[in-house]
Ligand binder design. Structure first.
Ligand code: ADP
Ligand code: NI
Length: 215
């Protein structure tokens, strides 16, 4: 593998994500990268593929690029080729980036490579718990969505198109995505790390309704 590849990738990602929404910025990438390394240490896998995929997975999130689902693949491919990364590694990294997303979960193969399982777990762990709650309210604010509305129930089983267009409340996002993630974790380490984070969200919601209703 080329020397300084990880350092170069970090510098590239930091520059690309300058000014990004706070839930999808460099610090999200850094947390996902660290969580990925932590999970990778408990699995048999190609660590270079895991690290590169974690660092590049949100380089051009379609929801901030007019829905373009190919841009991240193009940018990553070009960057990795310029870094002289071997073709077989590039193919694996691009596969992870293409298939990691929650909203695409209906479209991916049933058996996932371990590297994808790891980075997907890491990305999902950062979507739940205290950080997950903070990110979700930040994104809702960024979209000018309501925090909560007592007469707007969550929409379960939305199609990918409905999910992407959703202008539902931020509290509904907990039921439409965040609370589902615990049971979607791929790895044993991911499952373990999800437990506390999941419980914290349940406690948060219970307290939120208490305060909302001024009990
Ligand atoms: P993925 O990138 O895995 O497809 P999403 O695009 O659904 O996942 O969301 C990534 C993160 O952005 C979520 O975990 C959440 O914090 C935030 N987010 C996405 N959609 C919403 C929404 N409708 N309301 C609030 N937060 C959202
Ligand atoms: Ni992400």
């Amino acid at each position: 593998m080329p020397q300084n590849l990880i350092e170069n990738t970090i510098a590239f990602v930091k520059e690309k994500l300058e000014g990004a929404e706070a839930g999808h910025d460099w610090f999200h990438i850094e947390r996902v990268w660290k969580l990925s390394k932590k999970i990778a240490a408990t699995e048999t896998c190609n660590v270079a593929v895991v690290e590169l995929s974690a660092l590049l997975h949100d380089i051009a999130d379609p929801k901030f690029h007019e829905g373009d689902e190919t841009l991240a693949l193009k940018i990553s491919n070009e960057f990795l080729q310029n870094q002289n990364v071997p073709k077989e590694i590039i193919v694996q990294v691009l596969f992870v980036i293409k298939n990691i997303s929650f909203k695409n979960r209906g479209e991916v193969p049933k058996v996932l490579p371990i590297e994808l399982q790891i980075v997907q777990d890491a990305d999902r762990l950062d979507a739940i718990g205290a950080i997950g709650i903070a990110r979700t309210f930040n994104f809702g604010g960024f979209k000018n969505n309501l925090m909560y509305h007592p007469d707007l129930p969550p929409k379960l089983n939305q199609t990918k198109e409905e999910y992407k267009k959703s202008t539902g409340t931020t509290i509904n996002h907990f039921y439409e995505k965040l609370l589902l993630l615990k049971d979607l974790m791929n790895t044993k380490t991911g499952k373990n790390l999800a437990e506390n984070r999941h419980q914290l969200m349940l406690d948060f919601l219970a307290q939120f309704y208490k305060e909302w209703n001024v009990e």
